[in-house]
Ligand binder design. Structure first.
Ligand SMILES: Nc1nc2c(ncn2[C@@H]2O[C@H](COP(=O)(O)OP(=O)(O)O)[C@@H](O)[C@H]2O)c(=O)[nH]1
Ligand SMILES: Nc1ncnc2c1ncn2[C@@H]1O[C@H](COP(=O)(O)OP(=O)(O)O)[C@@H](O)[C@H]1O
Length: 392
């Protein structure tokens, strides 16, 4: 992230420097972005949903469509505009693990949503401290063994991976549990939720609607795990166009006959549904292997051999030490602070605390509609190589 214009939310409290006096309520903070003043903080007010915008050009208040999971337990914040497209928000009175949030106001994702919904849109993205492992998208025709391979990974590395539980309008199979294998829903409800912007991607597959909610991916990131998505090729294409920065793996059968054999042997579908899946498999195999969409194509011939190849792609074959992770220290933040910025580092200054705290954004990844990952946070005096004494 390059040099960005800096505005301080705290400085604007009470008197907004856009020619209008905006009276803020307790715990509200405001920041000016171009012609607009964003006021953040009244989360209990269902009318504003925590964000209201004063548009200087029309002299009107706008209640934007607010996407993403919003922060809770909000007791004021310090804010800074980054890159002219997102507001960095450091929540007061909280732990370092929950203090960094971004309200995206003009990022590519938000611009797309504004076009789609024809209205003012903002989107929350929680900042996640620590190394960012890329989510994994696994696609392939029905019956190829995606679920089997994913289960093997989750069983061998339970602390490392979390499954993105999709929504679907198809009926549950005998052993499938709601909320574990899928969120089973009906079409009307799901279509409403899609309209409300709750989905990262969705597609019609084998006559049913399937989709990944933003929350499904966030829940896994919040648990500190690497997210696995089992989605079709259309979904993979949508995710590729999103900010998720995933690794894309396509699973192929050794032959079409073998795919058919596996699908029948699984015994979960009627003959009619098997035919539908086999028909769709042809197009999926064609797109999966020729579109350039996937980073890796794996042939699931021998299951154990395929699993080993999958682990190798994910760096789990013993060639990298996956147990050595940078520990993420959790510490309390000052209740009052001002922010300054040096290159990619945000310095939290407080008169009451002896230490400055640094938020390093140099490895920042992702963003709305999911989490903003790869952030580092540490007390300034622990890293002597940091020049954190100056301010901008
Ligand atoms: N786009 C999209 N596809 C999904 C999602 N969840 C599952 N799918 C795909 O939907 C297809 C059918 O899944 P399912 O009904 O569980 O059948 P199975 O693949 O035969 O086990 C598979 O290709 C899945 O990868 C989702 O959230 N989004
Ligand atoms: N390499 C393999 N060799 C033989 N059978 C397999 C292999 N991989 C998976 N299977 C079997 O094929 C069936 C379909 O696998 P599944 O994981 O449900 O596929 P998908 O999730 O891609 O629809 C299951 O009965 C599974 O046990």
């Amino acid at each position: 992230m390059g040099e960005a214009p800096v505005l301080f939310g705290d400085d604007l409290q009470g008197s907004i420097s856009n020619g209008y006096h905006l009276k803020l309520k307790e715990y509200e903070s405001a920041i000016v972005v171009g012609n607009k003043t964003y006021v953040i903080g009244e989360f209990d007010d269902p009318a504003s949903n925590g964000v209201r915008v004063f548009d200087k050009s029309t002299r009107e208040w706008v209640i934007p469509m607010v996407l993403g999971t919003k922060p809770n337990g909000f007791m004021g914040c310090s804010m800074m505009l980054l890159n002219n497209d997102r507001i960095l928000i450091i929540k007061h009175n909280t732990k370092s693990s929950d203090c960094v949030w971004f309200l995206e106001v003009d990022t590519q994702f938000v611009q797309e949503q504004k076009k789609k919904f024809g209205t003012e849109v903002v989107c929350w993205s929680k900042g996640v401290i620590g190394d960012a492992e890329r989510p994994i998208v696994i696609s392939g025709p029905s019956g190829v063994g995606k679920g089997t391979l994913i289960n093997m990974l989750m069983e061998e590395f339970p602390a490392m991976f979390g499954f993105s539980v999709s929504h679907t309008t198809r009926a549950p199979r005998e052993k499938e549990q709601n909320g574990v294998h899928y969120h089973f829903t009906n079409r009307d409800v799901m279509e409403e939720e899609i309209k409300a912007g709750k989905f990262l991607e969705f597609a019609s597959v084998h006559g049913n609607l399937y989709g990944t909610s933003i929350e499904a991916v966030d829940v896994v990131a919040d648990a500190g795990k690497r997210c696995i998505l089992d989605i079709d090729v259309q979904g993979a294409r949508s995710v590729r166009a999103s900010s998720l920065e995933a690794i894309f793996i396509f699973i192929c059968p050794p032959s079409f006959e073998e795919l058919e054999k596996r699908l029948r042997a699984r015994g979960t579908e009627t003959e009619e549904l098997i035919q539908k899946r086999l028909n769709n498999a042809k197009a999926e195999l064609e797109q999966g292997t020729s579109s350039g969409l996937f980073d890796h194509i794996l042939v699931n011939d021998d299951l154990d051999a395929c699993y080993e190849r999958l682990k190798k792609i994910l760096g789990l074959d013993g060639s990298t030490d996956t147990t050595l992770k940078t520990p993420t220290e959790v510490f309390a933040l000052p209740t009052e602070m001002s922010l300054s910025k040096i290159d990619d580092k945000i310095i939290m200054n407080s008169e009451n605390a002896d230490q400055k705290i640094v938020l390093d954004l140099s490895c920042m990844k992702g963003g709305a509609p999911g989490r903003t990952r790869g952030l580092r946070m540490y007390p300034a005096d622990l890293r002597t190589d940091d020049n954190t004494n100056g301010s901008v």
